[in-house]
Design a protein around this ligand. Structure first.
Ligand code: UDP
Ligand code: MG
Length: 223
């Protein structure tokens, strides 16, 4: 299988049908064999019903359902363990990340030899309360990790050579530092691609300022 798309989600029922249709279109247009792994992180809305319906319609759709809300990192970790594709792509469920980026991310892994390619939301459609702390976070993350070429460590859109996701463990809130985990696991070819970003279409952000402060404190601990 060429590509696994891992999508962690918490209360994103409205976005899921559009996301599935968009990913399916991109995969078919490019002739990729693929699977979508929707990891339902204890949603209290209709997300799980929507996933079941989508998987009946499209055999490439698989779902995992957590009994409660464990967090984005455990959701990604579960998707990584189950992914069967040669290249694994992670993407948020809220349509802020564009599936149109998938072919180039795939090419960078398979032809340019990258172990990990992280998206860079150079033009970001989020409130200032998110974009300003993020700049501070990234400056610190670059220094702590020694990965100086990344602008956007926490971008939800990333591509990995399969081997990478099978050799890292993403727990707690570690999804913010996956490039650092990959580097520590011995994967050194880490690159970046500027990606399109959109404002959230449905629902609301699950990561407010409080979660950011926690993330920053985590970084201080790693240091
Ligand atoms: N998410 C999750 N578990 C959580 C919080 C968020 O699986 O406890 C998912 C969420 O549904 C989305 C992705 O993680 O698919 C990123 O979250 P969000 O869009 O709220 O973050 P933001 O883009 O505002 O940083
Ligand atoms: Mg989002």
């Amino acid at each position: 299988m060429d590509i696994s798309v891992v999508v962690p989600l918490y209360n994103e029922a409205e976005s899921l049908p559009e996301l599935e249709a968009w990913i399916d279109r991109v995969m078919k247009n490019n002739g990729f064999s693929y699977e979508i792994l929707f990891i339902n992180d204890g949603s209290t809305d209709d997300s799980w019903d929507v996933i079941k319906r989508l998987s009946q319609k499209n055999p490439s759709v698989r779902g995992v359902c957590f009994r409660r809300n464990y967090g984005k990192s455990p959701a990604l970790n579960t998707g990584f363990a189950r992914a069967k594709g040669d290249v694994v792509i992670t993407m948020d469920a809220d349509l802020q990340d564009s599936p149109d980026e998938i072919p180039e991310l795939y090419r960078m892994i398979t032809e340019e030899g990258y172990d990990l390619v992280s998206g860079w939301k150079q033009k970001r459609y989020d409130p200032l309360s998110k974009t300003i702390p993020t700049k501070l976070f990234n400056a610190t993350a670059r220094k702590v990790s020694g990965i100086h070429n990344l602008h956007d460590f926490n971008c939800g859109l990333k591509a990995y050579r399969s081997k990478v996701v099978k050799h890292i463990e993403v727990y707690g809130d570690m999804h913010r530092y996956i490039p650092y985990l990959a580097k520590n696991a011995g994967f050194s070819k880490i690159g970046e691609k500027v990606v399109h970003h959109q404002a959230r279409k449905y629902g609301s952000s699950k990561f407010g300022l409080d979660r950011f402060v926690n993330g920053y404190l985590d970084l201080a601990t790693l240091w």
